[in-house]
Design a protein around this ligand. Structure first.
Ligand code: UD1
Ligand code: CA
Length: 461
């Protein structure tokens, strides 16, 4: 690929978001807006792009780390002013540079590449991306002469009523010849409604200096939807979700109701898995094939094997082996390593727990800081008592064992393979292989006690 650089404008105040968080760090589908812009530029061949930071500069730098190079715009005097911060780094560079905003997260890398290609093919000094909007309110308008040749961009606020009627808008995404851009930036003024240096004016400046300005009009205007407030953020997120869901459906995933299924970019799902509405699949999550995700799950940073079914459950930083059934209403907290063909039933909570193949934990149980073997049955209402008020301790339960209902296992404690623990026991000492352990008060029945009590009552009145 030919050499190309990128400058991403991300220093604006983002006032219309009304947020303490810098606008470009607002997430959609699991990644902040700036993340989408940086990835798109890099995918379009720019390498690590230059990001112009201002508002929330430190937070943006920290988030991006070494995936970007940073330019500081200390005062936000407009988009043209933002790009002026790149003067030094573009000084001795004669190639092309993408200039884009951080607030159009739906932009595709292919579109940037097409802009670059257009610049190369036509030998243009600048190519601006445009689209036709039914409602162009708020956007800069593309002005053309009677032959349709590009003349200038006028901002909505500066536009006359005639100009406002133009439906072709500026996407604020460009490919410039770097030397022509620098020359034009030197000649920008801030003589407009907002008293700002508009990057948009560089195009008219290039033209008046005899340069060639081309435009590329997008068929799919959704791609350049700008996000200035939270209404637009929700709209963009919805469009991004649709894109992610369609990609997965084309790969063989059944999504029953895509409008109500929330899958982050980067989540992978195997073929023939069925996803019901109300699933939230987040972060670095991988779901296997032939799974069924029934309604109402939230799965974050977790690895789920093939043929797993999950209902109305929360799974965080955990793994689940193939053929396992989870829920409804299970909570797998970080560090749960659930084996194959396991059953984790209703109202079961696990944390830092390894549970072996074929084991069943079917009802109302807490398994924290534990290692449980294979084919063991954990009864209803068992508590792995892992906390002594100061420290957490480990409980180990072996394979082929039976832990009766309502047992407390007071950690640290070990229960060997092939053991039985009677219901209601409170286990504080090791249970050895082959043993039955009963640790509860012996039952006492008082013969005729009720009648005696009634009689006593009668005597005292
Ligand atoms: C801009 C364009 C408009 C276009 C629209 C498309 C200008 C003057 N206008 O308007 O023609 O239709 O995008 O979405 O360019 N920024 C800085 N420093 C600044 C000002 C802005 O870095 O001093 C950054 C912002 O963080 C943002 C981007 O530049 O990422 C665009 O700024 P914004 O204020 O959102 O411009 P629009 O009014 O949307
Ligand atoms: Ca904008």
């Amino acid at each position: 690929m030919r050499q190309v650089k990128a400058v991403i404008m991300a220093a604006g105040l983002g006032k219309r978001m009304r947020s303490a968080l810098p606008k470009v760090l607002h997430p959609l589908c699991g990644a902040p807006m700036i993340d989408w812009a940086v990835r798109t530029a890099a995918d379009a061949g720019s390498g690590a792009p230059y990001v112009v930071v201002g508002r929330g500069a430190d937070e943006v730098r920290t988030y991006l780390g070494d995936r970007a190079l940073f330019l500081e715009q200390t005062e936000q005097l407009g988009t043209g002013h933002a790009v002026m911060t790149a003067r030094e780094v573009l000084r001795n560079y004669s190639g092309h540079v993408y200039v884009l905003t951080a607030d159009t997260p739906l932009l595709r890398a292919e579109t940037l590449i097409a802009l670059h290609q257009r610049a190369v093919d036509t030998d243009a000094d600048a190519v601006a991306l445009t689209a036709r909007f039914d409602d162009p309110t708020g956007y800069g308008r593309i002005l053309r002469d009677e032959k349709g040749v590009f003349q200038a961009i006028v901002e909505h606020r500066d536009a006359s009523p005639d100009q406002k009627a133009v439906r072709e808008i500026n996407a604020s995404i460009y490919c410039f010849s770097a030397p022509r851009l620098l020359e034009a930036l030197d000649r920008l003024t801030n003589d407009n409604a907002q008293g700002e240096y508009y990057l948009t004016d560089t195009l008219a400046v290039i033209k008046s200096a005899g340069g060639l300005v081309e435009t590329l009009c997008l068929d799919d205007p959704e791609e350049i939807m700008g996000v200035n407030d939270r209404v637009q953020l929700a709209m963009a997120a919805q469009a991004m979700r649709r894109r992610i869901n369609e990609f997965l459906m084309r790969k063989g995933v059944t999504i029953i109701d895509p409008a109500n299924t929330y899958i982050d970019a980067g989540v992978s799902i195997g073929q023939d898995t069925v996803v019901y509405p109300g699933n939230y699949l987040e972060g670095a999550t991988a779901i296997g094939s032939d799974c069924v995700l029934y309604p109402g799950n939230r799965i974050v940073d977790s690895a789920i094997g093939d043929r797993v079914s999950i209902q109305a459950s929360v799974i965080l930083e955990s793994s689940v082996g193939e053929g396992t059934a989870i829920g409804p209403a299970a909570h797998l907290r970080p560090g749960s390593r659930i084996g194959k063909n396991v059953r984790i039933g209703n109202f079961v909570e696990t944390k830092k727990a390894e549970i072996g193949e074929g084991t069943k934990v079917s009802h109302l149980t807490y398994v924290g800081d534990a290692i449980v073997g294979e084919h063991t049955n954990i009864g209803c209402g068992v508590v792995f008592v892992n906390y002594d008020g100061e420290k957490k301790h480990l409980t180990e339960v072996g394979s082929h064992s039976f832990v009766g209902c309502n047992v407390n296992l007071i950690a640290p404690v070990k229960v060997a393979d092939n053991t039985y623990i009677a219901a209601g026991s409170t286990i504080t000492d090791e249970v050895e292989e082959g043993d039955l352990s009963i640790a509860r008060a012996r039952q006492v029945n008082k013969k005729g006690w009720v009648a005696q009590r009634l009689q006593k009552k009668g005597e005292s009145t």
